[in-house]
Design a protein around this ligand. Structure first.
Ligand SMILES: Nc1ncnc2c1ncn2[C@@H]1O[C@H](COP(=O)(O)OP(=O)(O)OP(=O)(O)O)[C@@H](O)[C@H]1O
Length: 265
């Protein structure tokens, strides 16, 4: 397998059927090759088709045209090699932190022995520093903690691709920064491929190897791809004065607010 073409999106169009026989061409002609272990973010104004793209990679929705190949296999539906983290964690409220993760592991790895299952769940609880809260229920923990459970649950099934749809969008900026640190640290140890949708320019630059910038819809497509040439681990404070960081920020600002400005966000 060519590691540069681990995930290939080729000639993707997505048209939604509307009432009265009308249709909406949300996304057209998307072509993108994603490397194994790469972290990419997708940024663009509201309605440009970011979630639509992510949903097609997740296999939750089908493209109208084109194909998506992961590790030489066409994506035709959801699969355990892809895990999705949404903005609103989607934990089951009647299960504890431990049980929420356990349920996912049991489903994908039904042959684990009980000690293996326990070890795996506890490992991922620890990875997001939630050992102290493992027996709490979603209603008893903060938004940031819930989102950490969502990330642990997604990672616990050992996905090759982690898909995140504005995972930190609903959180305050300090909690958000904390989770970004978690994600960067975890990704260094887990080494999977991560695709993050974000509206946040600093988040995109901080986290990504490449930033995919989408034009506005209808008929949205990839406008530009920005390579972020910053070594890892990345330090958010030091980055503020790093010329490469500043260059990347400016390139995204320029794309979003000059080349593809939109005034109804
Ligand atoms: N099921 C659907 N039926 C009709 N139109 C849809 C459907 N789903 C999405 N759309 C339209 O497709 C376009 C892209 O939607 P999408 O949710 O992918 O945008 P987005 O970039 O993720 O937006 P946001 O940043 O606001 O979450 C929008 O104009 C949306 O209204």
């Amino acid at each position: 397998m060519n590691n540069d073409k681990f995930l290939q999106l080729s000639n993707i169009d997505k048209t939604f059927a509307l009432p009265a026989g009308k249709e909406y061409k949300a996304v057209v002609d998307v072509n993108l090759n994603i490397r194994k272990n790469e972290i990419i973010s997708i940024i663009g104004h509201s309605g440009c088709g970011k979630s639509t793209l992510l949903n097609m990679i997740a296999g939750l929705d089908a493209q109208t045209k084109g194909n998506i190949i992961l590790n030489n296999k066409e994506i035709t539906g959801p699969g355990p090699e892809r895990a999705v983290v949404f903005q609103n964690h989607s934990l089951l409220p009647w299960l504890s932190v431990y049980q929420n993760i356990e349920m996912a592991v049991k489903k994908v790895m039904p042959n684990l022995t009980s000690p293996e299952l326990k070890e795996r769940v506890l490992h991922f609880v620890s990875m997001v520093n939630l050992d102290h809260a493992k027996d709490k229920f979603p209603g008893e923990i903060s938004g940031g903690m819930k989102q950490r459970v969502g990330i642990a649950r997604a990672l616990s099934i050992k996905p090759e691709v982690l898909l995140m749809d504005e995972p930190f969008g609903a959180l305050d900026s300090l909690t958000r920064a904390n989770l970004q640190e978690h994600l960067m640290r975890i990704q260094q140890s887990v080494q999977n491929t991560v695709i993050i949708i974000t509206h946040d320019i600093d988040e995109a630059v901080l986290l990504s190897d490449r930033v995919i910038m989408m034009t506005n819809g209808p008929e949205a497509t990839i406008g530009e791809i920005l390579e972020v040439n910053l070594p890892r681990p990345r330090d958010r404070v030091a980055l503020q004065s790093d010329p490469e960081y500043i260059r990347c920020r400016e390139a995204i600002l320029d794309f979003l607010y000059k080349k593809f400005a939109k005034h109804d966000d």
